[in-house]
Design a protein around this ligand. Structure first.
Ligand code: BT5
Length: 272
């Protein structure tokens, strides 16, 4: 591990610090760790949170050995990807209004757009390029002496070669999809800039514009879809929109019932 200022493999800590100062001046004084290799940036951010770091503390790694997805899944984290976790401290009222995973996905999508890609969002936490997964978001809530803590973890395949990506799902990287990739620190600056702007807007009570920006990047909205809620539970209906906290509003085919899904796996467009 290196504190900002020292070199860290392909991720120079000084570049990371400069990228954060550029993308998000409000958090530029918060603790920053840049690791060449780490188990999981989310685990480290949680430890820092428990030790009392303020909002905006950031852990970035060039590789992870135990990168995690939801429900104990593995996140392939070879060199070429950007792996980061932010410590956030939303108060109770903000937490009730915070579509955290969606904000993360929207900010990743906008960062990729800044670098010439045309991403789509797949509810709840995937970012896709050409239908293949390029990034994932993992939000983990906890409590410590400072109050509520949200660790927002983001993994983006920036210049990861196909051989470093899992074979069981269609996956890609920014470089594979567009033919070129910027330095990781540039993607980081873009992401932090977009994310911090949305987060501040939610703190001020805004949110509608953010939901509209996310919806505009979700081609499944308006379509009949099938969502897996558990090993034996699948629901179908029309994905009609997003709730204020980032849930997926599903209208049942009979037109009588609507439900807001808070988690699940969209398995695709439902057969009619
Ligand atoms: C996610 O989970 O998509 C959340 C991934 C969050 C990773 C970041 S990296 C920084 C921070 N530290 C961590 O330890 N985690 C966070 P989920 O929706 O459960 O998707 C996981 C599934 O995506 C896996 O089961 C694979 O099928 C697929 N997958 C794994 N690695 C991938 C990769 N690098 N690119 C694309 N797909 C991948």
């Amino acid at each position: 591990m290196s504190q900002a200022g020292a070199s860290s493999g392909p991720l120079q800590a000084a570049d990371v610090r400069a990228a954060r100062a550029r993308g998000c001046p409000a958090w530029s004084e918060a603790p920053l760790e840049v690791h060449e290799t780490i188990g999981s940036t989310n685990d480290r951010a949680r430890e820092l949170g428990e030790a009392g770091v303020p909002e905006g503390a950031l852990v970035v790694a060039a590789r992870q050995e135990q990168g995690r997805g939801r429900l104990g899944r593995t996140w392939a984290s070879p060199e070429g990807g950007l792996y980061l976790s932010l410590v956030l401290r939303p108060d109770e009222s903000m937490l009730r209004r915070l579509p955290a995973t969606l904000l993360g996905g929207l900010a990743v999508a906008q960062a990729l757009e800044d670098h010439g890609a045309k991403p789509e969002l797949k509810w709840p936490n995937d970012v896709l390029l050409g239908g293949r997964k390029v990034a994932g978001i993992l939000g983990e809530l906890g409590r410590d002496e400072q109050g509520q803590r949200l660790v927002l973890g983001v993994g983006i395949n920036v210049s990861t070669p196909q051989s470093g990506l899992p074979a069981e799902v269609p996956a890609t990287s920014l470089a594979l999809a567009t033919g070129s990739a910027p330095p990781l620190s540039e993607v980081l600056a873009s992401f932090l800039g977009h994310f911090a702007g949305h987060y501040a807007a939610i703190r001020r009570g805004g949110g509608a514009t953010i939901l509209a920006m996310a919806s505009a990047r979700m081609p499944l909205l308006g379509k009949p879809i099938q969502v897996r809620l558990g090993p034996d539970k699948v629901v179908t209906g029309v994905a009609s929109g997003l709730s204020a906290t980032g849930g997926l509003v599903l209208e049942h085919e009979d037109g009588q019932r609507r439900e807001v899904l808070l988690a699940g796996e969209v398995e695709g467009v439902a057969p009619r």
